[in-house]
Design a protein around this ligand. Structure first.
Ligand code: FES
Length: 110
């Protein structure tokens, strides 16, 4: 089920923000030259929110242990087994909606 999360104008191209949808942390990222995407907002390493993560317009970096992901796909860069789950996202009349129930959060093997 899609949930209204924010206005599109709050996310510039090359930027990101953390929102809550269906009681889950969700990262909205708009990569440079890409499209707005929504991913799980907790780190696959520890399950902590990625609210302090850095984003350079392509790569998201967890500040705790510097794991990295490509925000065009959610694929892990380092380490390889730590992909982020992606959620459907849509924009209607300048409002962003996310379906955070459409996928399970992913966690790296311990
Ligand atoms: S908690 Fe994110 S990389 Fe360790």
């Amino acid at each position: 089920m899609f949930t209204r999360v924010c206005k599109l104008e709050t996310i510039p191209e090359g930027g990101m923000c953390l929102v809550i949808a269906s009681q889950r942390h969700v990262i909205l990222a708009w990569p440079d030259d890409g499209a707005l995407r929504a991913f799980q907002g907790v780190c696959p390493h520890s399950g902590t929110p990625l609210s302090e993560a850095a984003f350079d317009g392509t790569v998201l970096i967890c500040p705790s242990h510097f794991w990295t992901w490509d925000m065009n796909t959610g694929a892990a860069i380092e380490p390889r087994e730590s992909a982020l789950a992606e959620y459907p996202v849509k924009v209607e009349d300048g409002i962003v909606y996310v379906d955070a129930e459409a996928a399970q959060e992913l966690f790296a093997p311990q």
